[in-house]
Design a protein. Structure first.
Length: 367
């Protein structure tokens, strides 16, 4: 009997605990449901005007922050740029959190605009990646508070190596600013975040300040669009600036070239065989005229007897030419400007070496 009562008691307690757990879970589910409904009610009450107003407020806060940092630019900015110009090694960007994301972006911007640069995470640097930094490098540390413990850990090692330090921080009295050779101060009145918590305006002005340094370095180094394209060979800009006419043109042996005395019928036959929509008239290896499909159409409408004329009489004199070393983009620009389909390509002696057709440029994705 005792064993039966104990067994019954165990079952009763187990069921009671199960009921209690289910009741608590039910209360939690009810609370979550109520909270979810309340959240949805708040969302539903938020009008389009509210959304637009907040969006514009963020723009206003960040615009004001950027304007303030622009007006505060002074000798420290110049000193930072000159310090980077003197550096024989790489520019090392570092930071943690949102500052780390900004630092990574700025390192990429510098690298693509003529200043060798890369990002090292401050925490990883403190645990071995400091070995990536060489004595002839320069270090740019980003921390809005200027008290990032990870960056502070790196400072003594950087000092021991004699590496110049540039600080980008919101506080002139911060540890990072005090340890730096040049401190670029980026104070803000408030973050653009409606709670004044999430890094927003502070990250924006740091990004803009970094871009300003990159721009100043480009000017100081006389960095050109062609230099930029070398860092972007696979992109549209790379194609536009690096692809030469000689890369896309038809070579001389492919061209429908005829002499001034060539019979009109023969010239038209050569034009048809070469499938380039024209024939080119040359004299002593130099292009002197061109006859296109448009010219052919007009001649046929005018009932021209090609057997009774020559290429010299059919041609349009002084065809549009372009040098073989010009960019393919320049060729496309000329074709559009003159509303033609092809350009005769010449060398430095003005001798014909090829022809570029609009279809060749389109196929090469030159726009």
């Amino acid at each position: 009997m005792g064993d039966g009562r104990e067994s019954y008691a165990c079952v009763f307690i187990s069921e009671l605990l199960s009921f209690h757990f289910a009741f608590k879970q039910s209360k939690k589910s009810t609370f979550r449901a109520q909270r979810s409904r309340k959240f949805m009610e708040i969302i539903m009450e938020c009008t389009d005007s509210d959304i637009l107003e907040e969006g514009r407020r963020v723009f206003q806060v960040e615009r004001a922050a950027v304007l303030a940092i622009e007006q505060s630019l002074g000798q420290s900015f110049v000193n930072a740029v000159r310090l980077i110009l003197k550096t024989k090694g790489n520019v090392i960007f570092s930071g943690v959190g949102k500052s780390g994301h900004v630092a990574r972006k700025l390192a990429a911007t510098f690298a693509s605009t003529g200043t060798t640069s890369y990002f090292v995470h401050a925490d990883e640097a403190a645990h071995g990646d400091m070995g990536m930094i060489r004595p002839d490098d320069i270090f740019i540390g980003l921390s809005f508070s200027g008290e990032s413990s990870e960056l502070q850990t790196c400072i003594p090692a950087l000092k021991a190596m004699g590496i110049p330090i540039i600080a980008m921080t919101g506080r002139a009295t911060s540890s990072l600013a005090q340890a730096a050779d040049v401190a670029l101060i980026t104070p803000i009145e408030r973050e653009a975040c409606p709670l004044n918590l999430a890094p927003t305006a502070s990250t924006t002005i740091t990004m803009v300040l970094g871009d300003a340094i990159a721009g100043a370095l480009m000017v100081a180094k006389d960095f050109h669009a062609e230099d930029f394209a070398r860092s972007h060979p696979a992109g549209a800009l790379g194609r536009r600036l690096l692809l030469k006419v000689s890369d896309v043109m038809h070579d001389l042996e492919e061209l429908p070239c005829v002499s001034l005395e060539t019979d009109g019928t023969e010239a038209i036959s050569i034009m048809a065989k070469k499938h380039l929509g024209c024939f080119i008239v040359t004299d002593r290896q130099k292009p002197v005229g061109i006859f296109t499909e448009g010219d052919l159409s007009r001649a046929i409408k005018g009932k021209k007897d090609f057997s009774q004329t020559t290429a010299a009489k059919l041609m349009t004199a002084d065809p549009k030419i372009i040098h073989e070393d010009e960019s393919a983009f320049a060729a496309m620009r000329m074709i559009r400007e003159h509303q033609i389909n092809q350009l005769v390509v010449v060398n430095e002696k003005s001798q014909i070496v090829g022809m570029v057709h609009v279809h060749d440029l389109i196929a090469a994705k030159v726009s």
